[in-house]
Ligand binder design. Structure first.
Ligand SMILES: [Zn+2]
Length: 175
């Protein structure tokens, strides 16, 4: 199964909003299969279509119970609060404790275009919120508090310049 290159921070495709899925055909099923292969190879627990350069409202996830696909997802309910060390395949190797709702109800469609609803608690709820963010052009950097965001941007700038992350100006002071 072919795998895609995962787009990383700085790629403008990650900032663009995606278009709704309207054709539930073989092409969509193949895209989902290749996204699942890409997610498993990474390895990761979720992957949004725009992370592989496809501007469609679709994501795949697998937190260990087998892969699933959701088209046109939206969070219709959320409850509670939960802190989790969150990372992103498009911001590789970096994790931050991020607070978000603990439980969510995700609505969307399956590959046949049938309406589906999935309850997500803790890790699953976090994956749903993270992937819906991606499809709206939002990266986890936007979910950090101002201090975390400053440090994250320093590290990412150093990476973009090819500097070792330790040499990012101010990183030591921020720790
Ligand atoms: Zn991500």
């Amino acid at each position: 199964m072919p795998t895609f290159d995962i787009r990383v921070y700085g790629d403008p495709v990650l900032r663009q909003k995606v278009a709704p899925v309207t054709a539930f055909d073989g092409g969509l099923a193949r895209l989902a299969e290749d996204m699942i292969a890409t997610m498993h190879a990474a390895p990761g627990v979720g992957l949004a279509a725009n992370q592989v350069g496809v501007q469609k409202s679709l994501f795949v996830f697998d937190i260990g119970d087998g892969p699933q696909v959701v088209a046109n997802p939206r969070i219709s309910e959320s409850r509670g609060e939960w802190t989790f060390e969150e990372g992103c395949l498009s911001v590789p190797g970096l994790y931050w404790p991020i607070v978000r709702p603990k439980e969510v109800l995700l609505s969307g469609q399956d590959l046949d275009g049938e309406d589906i609803e999935i309850e997500g608690d803790e890790l699953l709820g976090r994956v749903f919120q993270h992937e819906v963010d991606h499809l709206e052009g939002v990266l986890l950097i936007e979910r950090l508090d101002p201090d975390q965001r400053r440090e994250a941007k320093r590290i990412l700038r150093a990476r973009a310049l090819g500097l070792p992350e330790e040499d990012a100006p101010g990183r030591a002071a921020a720790r």
